[in-house]
Design a protein around this ligand. Structure first.
Ligand SMILES: Cc1ncc(COP(=O)(O)O)c(C=O)c1O
Length: 335
């Protein structure tokens, strides 16, 4: 049994102990962890961060993430939960869905979005689970050519469960994706799903061409826009929504929210399959604090008419770019 105040000689009454455990800030409650966070903050502030998959979440996003929503279990979906006391998280999840659809100018009659995936990799696995039977065939861009682990790299779980064929490759002479080869390979391989997504490819994808290839093979076309979701929101790169059936994304890269994932789907064919794959298929309780952070990130990601914001990439890119400038100019412009 853990030491109780009484066993300790009764020096502290239970409420003092309770307050210490529950209310005391991290700085004094756990100086060791606090110190590590402080060092990381210093590193992020004064180092030069040029990692494409990272971003700086705003104070508001971090506040949502550090809120009491962390405490709430709510397995299920708004209006259909396995727990009581979910009226506020229902409201939150619906708000997050609404903002997500508005961010990408999607018609809520045609498109739905699941905002519960814990991150980008679980979001992708949920789509495969929903739409492809075990050992069913999927085609994605090879990792060394710029694809992501979850697009079928041999070490990824998806590669063990599904028949991945990472034959979407770049032409070594041009550095561009070889769409002719993709077309030929798809004719041989007859994939059930084709992934249009990249982690490390500096060109826009030809979604229209990939749609034609998918149609020819009766395949589902899924975009993974994790890296570019903020740019799509700002309207500075082509949107995958016009051509794709499903669009997955992370929310912490160019979208600049907290760590989470989302799955957009065409409602007619995929709504219940996707929702059931996320819960109860692969996940338990949604991370409501992350859904709050994502909901807020969408508020700041709406397409902007401000030419400065557009030119800097995404509607919410103004702050990081200003931060970056400040870091580059430091210490001459210390404020
Ligand atoms: C294209 C793409 N999809 C999915 C992911 C996976 O996201 P997470 O690391 O949040 O699981 C990444 C991560 O970098 C990515 O680049």
């Amino acid at each position: 049994m853990a030491d109780s105040p009484v066993m300790n000689g009764g020096h502290h009454d239970p409420w003092t102990r309770h307050n210490q455990m529950v209310l005391e800030p991290l700085e004094t409650n756990d100086p060791e962890v606090y110190e590590i966070i402080r060092k990381e903050k210093h590193r992020q502030r004064y180092g030069l961060e040029l990692i494409a998959s990272e971003n700086f979440a705003s104070c508001a996003v971090l506040q949502a993430l550090g809120s009491c929503l962390n405490n709430k279990y709510s397995e299920g979906y708004p209006g259909q939960r396995y727990y009581g006391g979910t009226e506020h998280v229902d409201e939150l999840e619906l708000l997050c869905q609404k903002r997500a659809l508005e961010t990408y100018s999607l018609d809520p009659k045609k498109w739905g979005v699941n905002v519960q995936p814990y991150s980008g990799s679980p979001a992708n696995f949920a789509v495969y689970t929903a739409l492809v039977e075990p050992h069913g065939r999927i085609m994605g861009l090879d990792l060394p050519d710029g694809g992501h682990l979850t697009h079928g790299f041999m070490t990824d779980m998806s590669c063990l469960v599904y028949g991945f064929y990472t034959s979407v490759q770049v032409n070594p002479d041009t550095g561009y994706i070889d769409y002719d080869r993709l077309e030929e390979n798809a004719r041989l391989f007859h994939p059930k799903l084709i992934i249009a997504g990249v982690s490390c490819y500096s060109r826009n994808l030809d979604y229209a061409r990939m749609r034609t290839i998918a149609n020819e093979n009766n395949a589902v076309l899924m975009a993974d826009m994790a890296h570019i979701s903020g740019l799509v929101a700002a309207g500075v790169v082509p949107s995958p929504f016009e051509h794709c059936d499903i669009v997955t994304t992370t929310t912490h890269k160019t979208l600049r929210g907290c760590r989470a994932g989302m799955i957009f789907y065409r409602k007619d064919n995929y709504e219940s399959l996707i929702n059931q794959a996320v819960f109860p298929g692969l996940q338990g309780g949604p991370h409501n604090h992350a859904i709050a952070g994502t909901a807020h990130a969408h508020l700041r990601a709406f397409p902007s008419s401000d030419p400065y914001e557009k030119s800097s990439g995404s509607a919410n890119f103004d702050i990081p770019y200003r931060d970056l400038l400040q870091v580059l100019l430091w210490p001459s412009n210390k404020q």
